[in-house]
Design a protein around this ligand. Structure first.
Ligand code: SF4
Ligand code: SF3
Length: 543
């Protein structure tokens, strides 16, 4: 197998024997086969779109299928076999609606479902690598585009669940997928395509922001209990607000309390989730890599809506449920007809399980500092900067992970001087989210902007500040200290580069799929750098 799409890739070079995430070579081969089939589907969908044919089913399916291939989402051979079958069926159904056309080999490729699909996936993977690897830099950019598209597709998938869609996004996903096999594009073309992924990802995050705020209201600063409350309980993990909202609706008046886990913490900031459903009680646990301990202890069923799912232990697998693109053999998957699963098996499980037998010691944290909340105090923030009370802003955001070198981010936040403000987002914040950093004249020194996709909100805050000070974003007293792990972070990084944001510090290690030349190019153009030590980086940012 060959996979180097995430930060924990084996030895920082690529997973070859078995995924460090727990992905088997079989699943990896089926994912590669699925991507290959999606490229063929993309060619046909592009043509169909050009001829005015409705491609909506193929559009949404492409996003979901790409999402399923992201790190820590789906580990089920059965699920990928079904996705492959569906990709071919959708492609053929689109073709059938068009006049006869001479299709390419890619658009005609159909795996032999009677034969070993895993071996066919391995053959496809070998062919792709051997055709592309002769030019290391172009290969690097092809992978960057592929991984960025996966992140973009995941956000587009969530946005459409909330009724927000843009045909340009779907058309771009198909165009980029169809381009991956092209041999005629130059290095510059590939760099531009990677930046285009960033541009389109900004649109995807904008749509998702519109979906989230349009459906659940603008987040407001909200105190969230971190302790347990006596009673039956359900835990919801992942990123999907729509599925959390549906589960809350279906658990109303059952007496069951619902807890968020991981990237769903910011859900508490949305008025139409927290205020509408008082049984959305609190947040349980920390970042994804601690789930094997945290899930084992949780006394109720657990719903996984997206990444990051780790290989479940036998001790708790039977209380896990998955929806959407998520899958693990042996975990109960709830089908989603019209995007809304029937959550009664989870309710039933919660009622059977003990729940929390006593209240835990009160601990809490505040979330909900999305763009509306921050910009509502923009005047005070600007005055505080002008008076010199606030010297600098740090956006310390991104993914968490198990490696000890991620302690950099905790140490960085601890060492941020008292006259500086830290904005944070995504699951990396769990290293420091409950630290009491105090405030500067009533403005909190640590503000949780939200999930990884709320990078959109952070961008809007930065643009508004730049506008207020009449400078460009790069001239603001703002430094971005980012941590990456999976492909959503790749998409967000490409968005920031597309926006021309300079001086980003990236860690804990640089992506294995970025070749030295491509990194050199990005550092020359954007001054993108690897993190050093918290002291060195702080000194450089404040200097
Ligand atoms: Fe390895 Fe990451 Fe790929 Fe998993 S997703 S196989 S850990 S590179
Ligand atoms: Fe975290 Fe997986 Fe990336 Fe949404 S939940 S940021 S790692």
């Amino acid at each position: 197998m060959f996979c180097e799409q995430c930060e924990q890739t084996a030895s920082g070079q690529g997973c070859h024997q078995w995924g460090a995430c727990g992905k088997s070579p079989e699943v990896n081969a089926l994912q590669d086969l699925l991507i290959h089939c999606l490229r063929g589907l993309s060619q046909v969908a592009l043509k169909a779109r050009e001829l005015g044919q409705n491609t909506h089913e193929a559009d949404v399916f492409t996003c979901e299928a790409l999402f399923a291939t992201m790190t820590n989402v789906n580990f089920s051979t059965k699920s990928f076999t079904e996705y492959i079958g569906h990709a071919i069926a959708l492609r053929e159904s689109l073709k059938a609606q068009l006049q006869p056309i001479e299709w390419s080999d890619l658009a005609n490729f159909t795996p032999d479902f009677e034969d070993d699909l895993v071996q066919q996936g391995k053959d496809i993977e070998y062919e792709f690598i051997s055709k592309s690897a002769s030019n290391v830099d172009i290969f690097s950019l092809k992978l960057t585009v592929t991984y960025g598209i996966k992140g973009l597709a995941s956000y587009a998938f969530h946005a459409q669940e909330l009724g927000q869609e843009d045909d340009r996004l779907y058309a771009f996903c198909h165009a980029a997928l169809a381009a991956i096999n092209r041999q005629d594009l130059s290095l510059d073309d590939w760099v531009n395509l990677a930046l285009k992924v960033g541009e389109m990802n900004l649109r995807a995050m904008e749509l998702l922001d519109a979906g989230n705020t349009g459906t659940y209201g603008h987040p407001t600063p909200t105190v969230v209990p971190l302790n347990a409350k006596k009673g039956k309980a359900i835990l919801v993990s992942g990123h999907d607000l729509k599925q959390l909202g549906e589960l809350l609706k279906q658990t109303e008046n059952t007496g069951i309390l619902v807890y968020t886990h991981g990237e769903l913490l910011p859900a508490h900031g949305y008025p139409k989730l927290k205020q509408k459903y008082p049984h959305l009680y609190g947040h349980y646990g920390t970042a994804w890599q601690n789930q094997t301990k945290e899930f084992a202890k949780f006394p109720g069923p657990i719903l996984i809506t997206t990444n990051c799912l780790m290989p479940p232990h036998e001790s708790y697998i039977n209380k896990l449920f998955s929806v959407g693109p998520v899958g693990w053999p042996g975990v109960t998957h709830l089908p989603s007809p019209n995007l809304i699963p029937d959550y009664s098996p989870i309710v039933q499980k919660a009622l059977e399980m003990p729940g929390f037998v006593e209240d835990g010691e009160l601990r809490q944290v505040t979330t909900g500092f999305a763009r509306n909340a921050v910009l509502s105090v923009a005047g005070e923030v600007i005055e505080a900067v002008k008076r010199g009370d606030i010297r600098h802003f740090f956006l310390v955001g991104g993914c968490d992970g198990a490696k000890p070198d991620r302690n950099y981010y905790t140490e960085f936040v601890e060492k941020v001087p008292k006259d500086c403000v830290v904005l944070t987002l995504a699951c990396g914040k769990f290293r420091f989210f409950d630290k009491e950093l105090g405030d500067i004249g009533g403005i909190p020194r640590l503000m949780d902007v939200g999930q990884c996709n709320d990078a959109y909100s952070a961008i809007q805050i930065a643009l508004a500040l730049a506008n207020a000070f009449n400078v460009g974003v790069n001239q603001l007293p703002l430094s971005m200290i980012l941590s990456w792990y999976e492909q959503k972070a790749v998409a967000i990084l490409l968005t920031l580069l597309y926006l021309g944001i300079q001086n980003i510090r990236l860690g804990p290690t640089l992506p294995a799929f970025i070749s030295p030349n491509v990194f050199k190019l990005l550092s020359q153009k954007y001054n993108l750098k690897a993190i050093a030590t918290p002291d060195e980086d702080l000194a450089a940012c404040l200097g």
